[in-house]
Write a protein that binds this ligand. Structure first.
Ligand code: AP5
Length: 216
């Protein structure tokens, strides 16, 4: 199975939800740059202080800060274990830096899954999304409910809405995605690594599509 995998797609397309399933069921080494950044903000670290205003506005955190964080995470990974990266890379310069970083270790990305979904569906998903502030697990008020309403199945703590899930910030995130991240679709397609996933399908059906893409 392919083990160095990138999940690419707009906000709310379902990257994090699929990543969590791949991690739980198949032991993938999942990393979400958004989650790492939110954690740094909570910790009030130097990286978190640099990133906070960008997260609040729905803009991309500068490449240098993100690359510092991601290289730290990848360096700490046991060799040969691979990764499932959700939200990174997000600009052409991040993608080129990742290719170079891997090449310097004699490695390359195995597969890129592009989650394609109409904007109206993603807006509805983001509006209903609730997350656990402790473990980061993601739920949806209608499509992926917790066992006890409003409480995390793992931690039991009250679920919250992400601070960047307000309507104006979500609009900004979509605009930034089209301008800065969408060009990666052509970049990875040209490398012959891209598989398009129909992200409107129910989760179990999508998992089947993902598994067959990773088995190729
Ligand atoms: P990040 O945390 O990466 O957010 P995002 O890319 O905007 O993606 P989301 O987490 O909103 O969506 P998702 O696709 O994971 O959807 P999910 O699975 O939750 O980034 C946040 C911010 O961090 C950025 O704005 C930026 O500031 C910064 N950042 C991060 N990485 C960066 C980088 N590399 N460079 C610079 N800055 C960076 O699903 C959404 C909802 O839908 C859930 O409630 C889920 O339950 C539900 N759902 C999912 N799939 C289905 C389905 N098939 N059917 C029904 N419901 C579904």
């Amino acid at each position: 199975m392919r083990r160095r995998v990138i999940l690419l797609g707009p906000p709310g397309s379902g990257k994090g939800t699929i990543a969590a399933r791949l991690q739980e069921n198949f032991g993938f080494n999942h990393v979400s740059s958004g989650q790492l950044l939110r954690r740094e903000v909570e910790l009030d670290s130097a990286v978190g202080r640099r990133a906070k205003s960008f997260l609040d506005r729905g803009e991309l955190v500068p490449d240098q800060t993100v690359l510092e964080l991601m290289e730290r995470w990848m360096d700490a990974m046991p060799p040969g274990t691979g990764f499932l990266s959700d939200g990174f890379p997000r600009t052409l310069s991040q993608a080129r830096a990742l290719d170079e970083w891997l090449a310097s270790r004699g490695q390359a990305i195995d597969a890129v899954l592009f989650f394609n979904c109409p904007e109206a569906v993603m807006i509805e998903r983001i509006a209903g999304r609730r997350v656990c502030p402790q473990c980061g697990r993601v739920y949806h008020q209608v499509t992926l409910q917790s066992r006890v309403a409003g409480r995390c199945d793992e931690c039991g703590v009250a679920l919250v809405q992400r601070e960047d899930d307000t309507a104006p910030v979500v609009r900004k995130r979509f605009e930034i995605y089209s301008r800065q991240t969408e060009p990666l679709v052509a970049y990875y397609r040209a490398q012959g690594k891209l598989t398009e996933i129909d992200a409107t399908r129910p989760l179990d059906a999508q998992m089947d599509d993902v598994m067959s893409a990773l088995a190729k």
